[in-house]
Design a protein around this ligand. Sequence first.
Ligand SMILES: Cc1cc2nc3c(=O)[nH]c(=O)nc-3n(C[C@H](O)[C@H](O)[C@H](O)COP(=O)(O)OP(=O)(O)OC[C@H]3O[C@@H](n4cnc5c(N)ncnc54)[C@H](O)[C@@H]3O)c2cc1C
Length: 291
Amino acid sequence: MKSPPFAYLAPETLDDVVRGLAEAGEDAKVIAGGQSLLPVLALRLGRPSVLVDVARVPGLDTIDVVGDEVVLGARVTHATLERHPLVAAHAPLLAEVAPLIGHAAIRTRGTLGGSLAHADPAAELPAVAMLTDATIDVRGPDGTRSVPARDFFVGYLTTVLAPDEVVEAVRLPARGARVGDAFAEVSRRHGDFALVGAGARVGLDEDGRVAELRLAFLGAGSTPVLDVEAGAAAVGRAPDAAVLGEVGRAAAARLDPHDDLHASASYRRRVAGALAARVLATAARRAGAAS
Ligand SMILES: Cc1cc2nc3c(=O)[nH]c(=O)nc-3n(C[C@H](O)[C@H](O)[C@H](O)COP(=O)(O)OP(=O)(O)OC[C@H]3O[C@@H](n4cnc5c(N)ncnc54)[C@H](O)[C@@H]3O)c2cc1C
């Protein structure tokens, strides 16, 4: 199918992007890689009257380390996350996860900011942003505000972004010493959206006990899910298979996944529990736990 008609703006500054969005009202949309928005238009699931393209805005495709943070511009593509040396060194989970997003052609155009703003609960990057405690910098008419990833996603394909706001950058704390991350998902075929997935972060103290433990899930609710209770059950304990399995099963039991054509809620919950135990074990090993 063909898209409905729309006006097209290609401003050269972020402030002009915001101005274009504000002048067009609720009917405008930012376009970045177009890998989610163009299918939405082609299927006529949305009919924005104006598209405001961020392609010409300089500085949105950079990756820097500033202090103890990795700062990624909103227009950094999934393909860049796969191969950028600063990502590999300081935020390796992004590099590990990026190849799981669609196919190579999609990753060449699809962007980090687009994935977060689209807020698909089955997408990898929103869950990873929550897991890694990222902050999302958002530009609007009153300047830039910073939103913790855990507060950014409010419902199915819905974020706290106002119609005249644009994602500018994503900041991740650089991964520290004795901290390990891991991610796993189940999909029918490589390149398909995952049916369900889990990411883990485990930090160990000097005695090898759990100092920090975080779990995030995708495909397990109407938003990506950060389990805020998992850490409390594990801190101070040895990260052995029994403890991590128990933490993963308890986190999966707290999920509220959905039934759809692809999988039942009970299947999603069962697989989430198994994936959680697996990624916790890998993250603990990467943090330096004896296996
Ligand atoms: C066949 C196929 C398979 C896919 N598989 C996966 C998958 O397995 N995992 C996955 O995560 N994704 C998948 N995707 C989606 C893809 O990763 C998109 O790249 C991503 O969701 C959106 O990024 P984009 O830059 O293309 O955004 P666009 O499509 O340009 O925009 C998407 C939404 O975000 C908004 N937006 C974009 N940039 C900004 C910004 N800077 N500020 C504010 N709003 C913004 C737009 O207004 C729109 O609402 C798939 C897509 C296709 C077509």
